[in-house]
Design a protein around this ligand. Sequence first.
Ligand SMILES: N[C@@H](CCC(=O)N[C@@H](CS)C(=O)NCC(=O)O)C(=O)O
Length: 238
Amino acid sequence: MIVLYTFGPYFGLPDGSPFVMKVMLLLKFAGLPFTEDRGGYRKAPKGKLPYINDAGEIIADSTFIRRHIEKKYGFDYDAGLSAEQKAIGWALERMCEDHLYFALADARWMDDANFAKGPAQFFAAIPMPLRPLMRAAIRRKVGKTLQSQGLGRHSRSEIGDLAEHDIEALATLLGDTPYLFGEQPCGADATMFAFVAGALTPVFETSIRTAAESHANLIAYRDRLMALYFPSNITLDK
Ligand SMILES: N[C@@H](CCC(=O)N[C@@H](CS)C(=O)NCC(=O)O)C(=O)O
């Protein structure tokens, strides 16, 4: 059976990482059973989660995991989509994964109150006196990543402004349909769900969350997919 390396549930979500949630959904959409291993971070081939072990084959990165599933299991996540819909799906994924992700990371890691309620909890298992040192070192590393990526050079309200446009775009693209492109989920729905659920988690006080909460269709989408694909998680997120 496929082993998915994860962080574990945090913030009322099936996993603390949107990329891990994306892969959980991709596996579920494809009907592939998997087990979770929460101890794989140190051996992560690209230094990040998620990655999978599929019968000895290690594949890192959520998008390459999707490619692997499509190739090995012949599952077409975008069956029936037009070329234009596929292009929109790809653009949406890149916006979430390479832009909105960093805005969410800034809100969670750089704001002191959000950090204390959120990412600081990741270090709970590290023994004292190492815990605060590790916590500060990793927080500094995230800050440097945000600086080199570029978003971290803006003020929090400027980052919020950019991220609110992402949220607006997601709400507009979803419209009134159950999934991004109609009645059935496509590959980009896995990313869309992961980021909408992450933005909506009530743990963090952010303008991104306020923007997401102003769109009833995004809330309904999060609730519908959570109920369908993560039924044991439902009560946690309310
Ligand atoms: N492009 C990667 C991104 C994965 C990623 O950024 N994972 C983050 C958690 S959300 C991580 O493992 N960060 C740990 C680190 O950078 O040390 C994917 O699609 O899987």
